[in-house]
Design a binder for this molecule. Structure first.
Ligand SMILES: [Zn+2]
Length: 58
């Protein structure tokens, strides 16, 4: 059981988030482990991939 103080508030410790259509994806805040360490960087580790025309790649 993770420390309650460190449970990721974005995903509530599940490590998964769901969008409006209920597609689940890995929580980008905690990296999917459901634990938000004080020194964990909340910024996404990898920026969106874009091509030469700045379109977001699927
Ligand atoms: Zn999370």
């Amino acid at each position: 059981m993770p420390d309650r103080d460190h449970i990721c508030k974005a995903c509530d410790g599940t490590g998964l988030l769901a969008d409006d259509e209920f597609w689940q994806y890995t929580c980008t805040v905690c990296g999917g482990d459901g634990i938000m360490m004080p020194n964990e960087n909340p910024e996404p580790a990898v920026p969106f991939s874009v091509d030469d025309n700045n379109r977001v790649l699927e």
